[in-house]
Design a protein around this ligand. Structure first.
Ligand code: GLN
Length: 241
């Protein structure tokens, strides 16, 4: 069977801090290296967000989040339907914050989120900047590594679970030792870097979910030679903050 997944990059011209585009490149390459066909679309302001298996949204400054927030909010119902039909979402930092109920910047009006995650974010006085190591309870290789740079403090509630538990760094709010969030196939994280090139196991996990959503069955991915990626990963585990 010729496998295919469709991937969308949401608002790359507005939310794309610290090389977050590297996450899209990783997803596309790891599919192509396995002979999985990919359809790719950049979603820009005014575009309808529809018909993809996997959606990615990067991080950004408060200013850029204002425009993206109103774009997303207009399509909240459609995005909620897609979440409930199993579409995969990955949001980094500013994009992650907008997947919750709201983001209250330090200055300016509260930004409505699209509530794909039962979470909310309020900007604090202190910026969290540095390396992060966190431990998941659902990935084969448990650790995730990355770099955080945010003032937003995110709090999870209801059935939304943390993506991982903080080992080094601050994560969601520097208090409850949680990092990121997940609910159904929606994943949010503060880990820039970009995240997926040095966490190939998480990239593959997302690709498998997208395939399962499209074909209605679990499809095991062929193993790749991740020697370089894993060398990078382990060099960053517990890297000093
Ligand atoms: N502007 C948001 C904050 O400062 C998100 C920053 C980011 O995406 N790195 O928390």
């Amino acid at each position: 069977m010729n496998l295919k997944i469709s991937i969308a990059h949401l608002y790359p011209g507005l939310l794309n801090l610290y090389g977050d585009r590297g996450n899209i490149i990783t997803l596309l390459r790891r599919c192509e290296w396995r002979g999985i066909e990919t359809e790719f679309e950049e979603i820009n302001p005014g575009d309808k967000i529809y018909g993809h298996d996997l959606y990615f949204i990067g991080g950004g400054q408060d200013k850029q989040q204002v425009e993206v927030a109103s774009e997303l909010f207009r399509q909240k119902d459609n995005l909620t339907d897609q979440r409930d039909e199993g579409a995969v979402f990955l949001g980094i930092c500013g994009g992650y914050q907008l997947m919750g109920h709201y983001y209250q910047p330090f200055e300016g009006d509260r930004l409505n989120g699209i509530s794909l995650l039962d979470a909310y974010t309020v900007a604090g006085k202190k910026r969290f900047i540095g390396n992060v190591t966190a431990e998941t309870d659902f990935l084969t290789l448990k650790t995730l590594v990355g770099f955080e740079n945010h003032s937003g403090l995110t709090y999870l509630q209801g059935k939304t679970l943390p993506l991982a538990e903080i080992i080094t760094g601050n994560g969601n709010n520097g208090i409850d030792k949680t990092e990121g969030a997940r609910y159904k196939n929606v994943f949010g994280t503060y880990l820039h870097g970009s995240l997926l090139p040095k966490n190939p196991h998480f990239a593959d996990y997302l690709i498998e979910l997208a395939l399962e959503k499209r074909y209605g069955e679990k499809i095991e991915l062929k193993q790749l030679d991740d020697k370089l990626e894993l060398q990078t990963h382990y060099s960053l585990v517990n890297k000093a903050y």
